[in-house]
Design a binder for this molecule. Structure first.
Ligand SMILES: [Fe+2]
Ligand SMILES: [Fe+2]
Length: 296
């Protein structure tokens, strides 16, 4: 699926509802996790959605209240991947939204077993309360589980599964799943992002953890909108603990896309943030709860 020339948004707003850090002197709470409120408009059509929900529903709900985001006003939920720090409490959010059949868009493997081998072995996928299509249905959601890109509004789509093309990017985690009773290395193929195409600006990519590799994600997004250039990346880049060489190659490749903005936090890691700031100057900023980006 590729989008046509006319498929562009007039307005995009991204507001960070959950992240690891909080700004000075604001009544917001931090947590290890990520959640974004996204508002997209095109002519008379509009869409409001939440991508990821962090790992603490009480903290999310507190921040939503302080930031004037009501669950009752959202049209869809997107889950970027299975990790607990992005998905815990999604059923509670659906219940708070109080709708029937609220679309929950994710990859078909999102409910799989997913763990760090340890010791101690640790499940880091979706929680039991959130981790099945039945649980989300019972809470008022309607899972749409696809590995393909899904158009949400002309000019706004999910990436679907992202091809892994670069030689220097990998998932960044030694994680496993089960297939027919066999242990398998889990490559996090469920990792997906959102791509918005904003008129007069270009592509804005909103990521969860970028386990597919941010350079792979940007390359894939540019393939979905072949006429466009990259405008911004907002989200997690999962370069926390990455080897210096991987960080260097990633920063160099991001810089080559010449984005106007890279706003990266959560699992990006301090070292990668420092290198991004060094390469991009003021075009880089770290994320925090309450950070707001309006692209129009
Ligand atoms: Fe994460
Ligand atoms: Fe993750």
């Amino acid at each position: 699926m590729t989008e046509t020339k006319e498929a562009k948004l007039d307005y995009l707003r991204v507001l960070i509802l959950a992240e690891n850090t909080v700004p000075f002197d604001r009544p917001l709470l931090g947590q290890h996790g990520l959640s974004c409120f996204i508002e997209a408009r095109r002519e008379k059509a509009s869409l409001r959605l939440i991508m990821d929900v962090g790992q603490n529903p009480d903290v999310l709900s507190h921040n939503m209240q302080k930031l004037n985001v009501s669950a009752a006003n959202i049209d869809a939920v997107v889950l970027s991947h299975c990790h607990f720090d992005h998905t815990t409490g999604v059923a509670a959010l659906l219940a708070a939204a109080g709708k029937a059949n609220l679309p929950v868009i994710a990859h078909p493997h999102i409910f799989r077993d997913h763990f760090l081998p340890g010791p101690p072995l640790r499940f880091i996928g979706m929680s039991r309360a959130d981790g099945s299509a039945g649980a989300l249905n019972a809470a008022g959601g309607r899972p749409i589980l696809t590995r393909d890109p899904l158009s949400l509004l002309p000019g706004l789509m999910t990436t679907g599964e992202v091809p892994r093309l670069t030689t220097f990017e990998e998932g960044g985690l030694d994680v496993y799943t089960l297939e027919d009773g066999h242990l398998q290395k889990d490559m996090l193929h469920d990792d997906l992002s959102l791509v918005a195409c904003v008129a007069g600006r270009g592509l804005v990519i909103i990521t969860g953890c970028s386990h597919a590799g941010i350079v792979n994600i940007v390359t894939h997004a540019l393939g979905l909108f072949p006429e466009e250039k990259l405008h911004a990346v907002i989200g997690g880049l999962h370069l926390h603990g990455a080897p210096e060489e991987r960080i260097r190659c990633t920063v160099e490749a991001i810089n080559a896309f010449a984005p106007a903005l890279v706003a990266a936090g959560h699992c990006t890691g301090f070292q990668a943030q420092v290198e991004l700031r060094r390469a991009l100057g003021e075009r880089f900023c770290p994320l925090h709860v309450g950070a707001e980006f309006v692209i129009a």
